[in-house]
Design a protein around this ligand. Structure first.
Ligand code: AKB
Length: 320
């Protein structure tokens, strides 16, 4: 049985990944690490141990790893793409100095490490359509710079020291539980909140802008499956392209309209978000993930929309 520490357990992905891992490995075997001021609540608080865990404090990480006999670390601490542009130093400190701490602790205590990368690790010179697994990665955002560095440093620790590092490049993650904050793909979550509240949605990304997206259950499945994969099959490690759907704002809008015919959307394009979105791929080629660890998503856009429109009003306490 794995013994897991999640750093960033109360964030968008962390809050749901902690619960999914506790379901799989038992509540007591999954420690929710959070920063001061972001303590877990409700089910997350009650279903297993939690500890203050600041990724920039290596001693703190080492103490938790020793206390709970941790063998696997999910390092989810990061600033998302838009906010990282306004706080580049902090983005580096959390994303890379933090990763260094995690890798050093992992090396000393024999832990496996998952640190997500992103479609943000690609840039304007990357081939945008069916972006290959191994290709040009010259991002122009600080988020992208930290994600490429994450991939390289994680591979370095595997190749040089044998630390079992593995990861995926997340598309924009859509969920009905914890909202994201400060990302370029956030519009694809916000649009559902407007739709279920009966409000008009103003889209910050212009028509025709394609980006890869993924529904949270598939993102969780990918995060767990990659760490369970047979290492002898892995040709790649940090980090695998994963794909399940790619759409532009007008496509998700039309899809929601199928179920909410009165829903309306207009555009007020935000320059920074648009320039980041334009630099990212239209759609990824995830053949390597499919071949090396049997990656296969379950949700397409329509199935995700039906699930979001069913679950979000319940979560928000709205009448359908
Ligand atoms: C962002 O938009 O910054 C993230 C990402 C795609 O990594 N959701």
């Amino acid at each position: 049985m794995k013994r897991i520490l999640i750093i960033g357990a109360t964030g968008q992905i962390g809050s749901e990944l902690t619960m999914a891992l506790r379901k799989q490995y038992g509540g007591e075997n999954v420690v929710a690490g959070h920063i001061v001021g972001c303590a877990p609540k409700g089910e997350l608080l009650e279903s297993g141990p939690f500890e203050v865990c600041d990724v920039t404090d290596s001693q703190m990480i080492a103490n938790i790893v020793k206390k709970y006999h941790i063998d696997t670390i999910y390092n989810l601490a990061a600033l998302l793409s838009v906010v990282a542009e306004s706080k580049p130093k902090l983005a580096w400190k959390i994303g890379i100095d933090g990763l260094w701490n995690v890798l050093e602790v992992a090396l000393e205590h024999g832990c496996a490490v998952f640190t997500p990368s992103s479609i943000g690790s690609f840039g304007p010179s990357t081939p945008h359509v069916m972006t290959p697994q191994d290709t040009i990665q010259r991002p122009r955002t600080m988020y992208g710079v930290t994600k490429v560095t994450t991939e390289l440093l994680s591979d370095y620790y595997f190749l040089k020291y044998g630390v079992d590092t593995r990861s995926v490049r997340f598309p924009g993650v859509i969920s009905n539980v914890t909202p994201p904050g400060g990302g370029t793909t956030d519009y694809a979550v916000d649009i559902y909140y407007s739709a279920v509240r009966g409000e008009k949605f103003t889209c910050p990304i212009k028509q025709g802008t394609l980006m890869d997206m993924i529904y949270m259950p598939d993102a969780l499945k990918a995060s767990i499956d990659i760490m369970e994969a047979d290492p002898s099959r892995l040709v790649h490690r940090n980090a695998f392209n994963i794909a399940s759907m790619s759409f532009a704002p007008e496509t998700i809008f039309e899809n929601i309209k199928k179920y909410k015919p009165d829903f309306e959307m207009d555009y007020a394009v935000e320059a920074l978000k648009q320039s980041i979105a334009d630099s990212w791929p239209d759609c990824l080629d995830d053949t390597c993930a499919r071949e090396e660890w049997d990656w296969k998503p379950e949700y397409d856009l329509d199935r995700m929309t039906q699930d979001m429109l069913e679950k979000l009003p319940i979560r928000l306490g709205l009448n359908k």
